[in-house]
Design a protein around this ligand. Structure first.
Ligand code: ZN
Length: 394
């Protein structure tokens, strides 16, 4: 026989799953009638209605009237409440901090950024980020919209479960418990992930991805990592450290890598590789892009060689996951469009099977995918487990 406490726990789990399913379906469809909602999710109308009533009371869902042509009585449609709250997304890059606010439907409300000097002490850089977050919170307070949480994307190894930065090689930061620090400071939930994962989430939610359900977002800058969306969900692996595409081994006797091994992909394709190959320490990414446009032959040869290596990296990823799309982004974005043709040729030549040969390879059209993905961390957390929040609101 089941114990009473077990039964209660089961009921709570079912309620959590049902509530999450309703919110996710509304997010996907935009609007739905109560009866259709119950039917599509295989719930009784009573179960669906009880949950919908709680969501209405919590202000996360609203009902709008609609009138069918010729029909008499108006019907009611459910949709996510734009004013259900707002999520803050933040990203700390090597030379800038961006903060955005999006409403409960994911619409962009504001975006602010500040330049930073990575050589400055971490306390100073974090204080700048906190100032931008506080300014977004103040904006929300003025607009009378409640803050739902903060999502933070970092170019670092991130322990997303514990909400801490493990190691950021570019900023030389170690072990910072952002969740603990910011939850104490701002009093709302804080979620963390690495910048490749948040970029993948942001691209998946906001860009025109032509119905790709399996995509890799390769963020290439000083380092390289892949955010993997597999069957519509971010894949983090057992410990959250999946996607280390930059450390794929492609030349066993190659150049030494920051990871201690040799011949990783980033030793051939990333900003430090570009500096090594050109022998120019202070070459900026924009300058390289300009010189490529002007037809600089020596630089074009270097970039073609890098593109070939990038193509081999993509071949390995595409063969492994049978992806719909590979998106290229990150600090090297201005140069990447000069690499796609050669990379595509390599993939066509070397990938296994027709579908993998034809994987779509694109350069992201924007440089802030990551910060919108960071805001998605907040919305996704609520969509996955809304019970606590709803309970606190009604
Ligand atoms: Zn490595």
């Amino acid at each position: 026989m089941q114990r009473v406490s077990d039964k209660k726990a089961d009921q709570l789990t079912v309620r959590r799953l049902n509530m999450a399913a309703i919110l996710k379906l509304l997010r996907e469809r935009g609007t739905l009638a109560r009866a259709d909602l119950a039917k599509e999710l295989g719930m009784t109308r009573n179960t669906a209605s009880n949950i919908v009533n709680d969501l209405l009371q919590a202000g996360l869902v609203i009902e709008t009237e609609y009138r069918r042509a010729g029909a008499g009585r108006p019907g009611l449609l459910l949709e996510l409440a734009p004013n259900g709250g707002f999520a803050i997304g933040a990203e700390i890059d090597i030379n800038r901090i961006i903060v955005v606010a999006v409403d409960f439907r994911g619409n962009v409300l504001l975006e602010e950024s500040a330049k930073i000097d990575p050589k400055k002490p971490k306390e100073e850089i974090i204080a700048t980020a906190e100032k931008l977050v506080q300014s977004a919170l103040n904006w929300g307070a003025d607009e009378h919209i409640r803050p739902l949480g903060i999502g933070l994307g970092l170019a670092a190894l991130v322990d997303s479960e514990n909400g801490s930065l493990s190691y950021a090689p570019t900023l030389n930061w170690e072990n910072i418990s952002f969740r603990k620090m910011w939850q104490e400071k701002f009093g709302i939930p804080v979620y963390l992930d690495n910048e490749a994962n948040t970029s993948a989430l942001g691209y998946f939610a906001y860009a025109d991805r032509s119905n790709a359900h399996n995509l890799a977002y390769l963020s290439i800058g000083v380092g390289m990592a892949a955010g993997l969306i597999l069957e519509g969900h971010l894949f983090r692996g057992s410990n959250g450290f999946a996607g280390q595409a930059g450390h794929m081994k492609i030349k066993p006797e190659g150049e030494p890598c920051t990871c201690g091994d040799n011949g990783c992909l980033i030793t051939e394709v990333a900003i430090p590789a570009l500096i090594r190959k050109t022998g120019k320490k202070d070459l900026s990414v924009d300058e390289v892009a300009d010189r490529l446009r002007d037809g600089d032959e020596k630089l074009t040869a270097i970039i073609n060689e890098m593109a070939e290596m990038l193509g081999i990296g993509i071949v390995n990823i595409a063969n492994l996951f049978n992806l719909d799309q590979v998106v290229l982004g990150g600090a090297m974005r201005p140069i990447l469009s000069h690499m796609t043709d050669r990379a595509k040729q390599t993939v066509k030549k070397r990938a296994l099977s027709q579908p993998n040969k034809q994987v779509k390879i694109t350069v992201s059209g924007r440089d802030d995918d990551g910060v919108f993905g960071a805001a998605c961390l907040v919305l996704d957390a609520i969509m996955n487990d809304p019970v606590e929040l709803v309970r606190s609101l009604i």
